[in-house]
Design a protein around this ligand. Structure first.
Ligand code: HEM
Length: 442
C-alpha cells in the first residue's frame, strides 16, 4: 500500500495492569523538577493526581512543541500553546484524523490493513474529507436551532425534576445524582430509546473510556467484548428504524436513512453510535461537575452569579474553558512540518492539548482565574476548531445554561464538602466523585 511505516498495532492482549504499573509516576513526581525530556503529559496519573496543569505550565514556558520519545503510547509530540493547537486543528490536510492513519487517540498508529474486526470501529470523528463531511451532514440536523429549542423545554423539565429530588442539607455525590442523570436522560432522548435504558448508554460510554483501565478490564479485548453488547442493543433499533415507512427524527433514524450512512458496515455503525454516546456524555457531565467545583474555588464569582443570574450565558463557556473536559485530541502528520523550529516528520503522532491552550497566558488573560463575566468567553479551545469542531457544542451549552438557571431558582449555594476524585485519563479530564451539599433558597 502506501509509504506508511511498519508499526505495531494496538496491542489488544496486553494486560492493562502491567502497562499502568510500568508507567506509574513516582509518588513524589513533580512536573517542575522532572527532566524535561521525561515529561509525558499523556500519562493519566498526572490527571488522576490533579497535577496535569502544572505539566502544561512548564511545557508552555520551556518547550511548547514537545517530543515525548518514550511512553506507553510510543513517541508523540505535544502542542501546548493556544495558537499551535488551533493551527494543527485547522490544517486537516497536514494533520489527519483518519483511523487508518492512527486516529485521534494517543495509542493509535498508522495501519496498512484494518485490524481484527472486533477492534476496528471507524467513525466520522476519525475520518478525513470527504467521508467525514458526508457522515457529519447526516446527523447534523439533530443540532439545528429549531430542534435545540424544542429540546430545551424537555431539558428544563428534567433538570428541575433532578434538582427537586437531591437531598437537602446533607452530602451526596453530585456526579452520580445530577451530572450523570441529566446527560443520560438527554442521550436517551437523542436516540429515542426508553428512558429506563439511559444507564446502559452511560455504561457503554464509560466502557469506551475504561478500555485500558485495569480497575475495570484485564485487557482491552475484554472491554471491546463489552462494547459489542452496545451493537447488539442498537442493531435491533437500527433494523426497526430502517424498515419504518416514516423515518423518525432521532440519531439512529438519521443514520439508518442517510445517503452516506444507510449501508454502513456493523463496525462503522457501532463506531458512529459510540461517537454520539461518548461525545455527549463525559464532556457535558464533567462540565457540570467542574463548574460547581470552580465556583466553590472562586466564591467571589459565586457571589456575582447570585447577584446577577443574567451572567449564566457568559459563565457557561468560561466553565467549559476552565474544565476543558476533552483534554486533547491526536492527529498524524501527513507531511514534514516545522512548528516553532521543531521538525515534525510525516507519520509522527501529534497531541493537541486543549487543556493547555485554554490556560495560555498569551491568549487568555489571567487564565488560572475563573471569571464568569470574562470578555470573549467563547474564544476557548474546548470544542476544537476546523472541520471536526464539536457538533454538539450548542446542545452542551444549552444543557449547562438551563441547569444553572434551575439551580439558581432553588438553591442559594451548592457547596463542595469533600475531596474530589479524578479520572486516570489524559483524554477526558474527568471528576469521578465530588461530595456536595445544597442549601435551599429561603
Ligand atoms: C467533537 C468537545 C459535547 C458530539 C468534539 C471535539 C471536541 C469536543 C474537543 C473534537 C474537535 C476537534 O477535533 O476539532 C466537547 C465538549 C463538550 C461536548 C467540551 C461539552 C462541554 C458534545 C455533545 C455532543 C457532542 C453534547 C452530542 C451529543 C460531538 C461529535 C463530534 C464532537 C459528534 C465529532 C465532530 C466531527 O468530527 O465532525 N467535541 N463536546 N459533543 N462532539 Fe463534542
Amino acid at each position: 500500500m502506501s509509504d506508511q511505516p511498519e508499526q505495531p498495532g494496538f496491542e489488544t492482549a496486553t494486560s492493562n495492569r502491567e502497562i499502568r504499573e510500568r508507567w506509574k509516576l513516582p509518588a513524589d513526581a513533580d512536573a517542575a523538577s522532572m527532566p524535561l525530556e521525561k515529561l509525558n503529559p499523556g500519562n493519566g496519573d498526572w490527571f488522576e493526581r490533579n497535577k496535569a496543569l502544572g505539566v502544561f505550565d512548564r511545557l508552555r514556558a520551556e518547550d511548547p512543541v514537545h517530543l515525548t520519545e518514550d511512553s506507553q503510547f510510543g513517541p508523540y509530540w505535544s502542542m501546548t500553546k493556544y495558537d499551535d493547537v488551533k493551527y494543527v486543528d485547522t490544517h486537516q490536510h497536514l494533520f489527519s484524523s483518519d483511523i487508518m492513519n492512527g486516529g485521534i487517540r494517543l495509542g493509535g498508529r498508522p495501519m496498512a490493513e484494518p485490524p481484527d474486526a472486533m477492534f476496528h470501529l471507524p467513525m466520522f470523528i476519525m475520518a478525513d474529507q470527504p467521508v467525514h463531511d458526508e457522515q457529519r451532514k447526516v446527523v447534523a440536523p439533530m443540532f439545528t436551532p429549531t430542534r435545540l429549542a424544542a429540546l430545551g423545554e424537555l431539558i428544563r423539565q428534567r433538570a428541575g425534576d433532578i434538582l427537586d429530588e437531591v437531598p437537602r442539607g446533607e452530602s451526596f455525590n453530585w456526579v452520580r445524582e445530577v451530572s450523570v442523570e441529566l446527560t443520560g436522560r438527554m442521550l436517551a432522548t437523542l436516540f429515542d430509546v426508553p428512558q429506563e435504558d439511559r444507564h446502559l448508554l452511560i455504561h457503554w460510554s464509560d466502557t469506551v473510556e475504561r478500555i485500558g483501565d485495569p480497575d475495570y478490564f484485564e485487557t482491552p479485548a475484554e472491554g471491546f467484548n463489552e462494547i459489542w453488547k452496545c451493537f447488539e442493543y442498537f442493531n435491533e433499533v437500527w433494523q426497526t428504524r430502517k424498515s419504518a415507512s416514516e423515518p423518525g427524527e432521532d440519531l439512529i433514524s438519521f443514520l439508518a436513512h442517510g445517503e452516506s450512512t444507510k449501508n454502513m458496515s456493523p463496525n462503522e455503525f457501532l463506531g458512529n453510535v459510540l461517537l454520539l454516546i461518548v461525545g455527549g456524555n463525559d464532556t457535558t457531565r464533567n462540565s457540570i461537575t467542574g463548574g460547581v467545583q470552580a465556583l466553590n474555588m472562586f466564591p467571589q464569582e459565586y457571589d456575582k452569579l447570585r447577584d446577577n443570574p443574567g451572567l449564566i450565558p457568559n459563565m457557561v463557556p468560561e466553565i467549559i474553558r476552565w474544565q476543558s473536559p476533552v483534554a486533547h485530541m491526536c492527529r498524524t502528520a501527513m507531511e514534514d512540518v516545522e512548528i516553532r523550529g521543531k521538525q515534525i516528520k510525516k507519520w509522527d503522532k501529534v497531541a493537541i492539548w486543549y487543556a493547555s491552550g485554554n490556560r495560555d497566558e498569551e491568549r487568555i488573560t489571567d487564565p488560572n482565574t475563573l471569571l464568569i463575566d470574562r470578555p470573549h468567553a467563547r474564544q476557548h479551545l474546548s470544542f476544537g476548531y476546523g472541520i471536526h469542531r464539536c457538533l454538539g457544542n450548542r446542545l452542551a451549552e444549552m444543557q449547562l445554561m438551563i441547569l444553572w438557571e434551575e439551580i439558581m431558582k432553588r438553591f442559594s449555594a451548592v457547596e463542595v464538602v469533600g475531596d474530589a476524585k479524578y479520572l486516570n485519563s489524559s483524554f477526558i479530564r474527568g471528576i469521578t466523585d465530588l461530595p456536595k451539599r445544597v442549601i435551599q433558597r429561603l
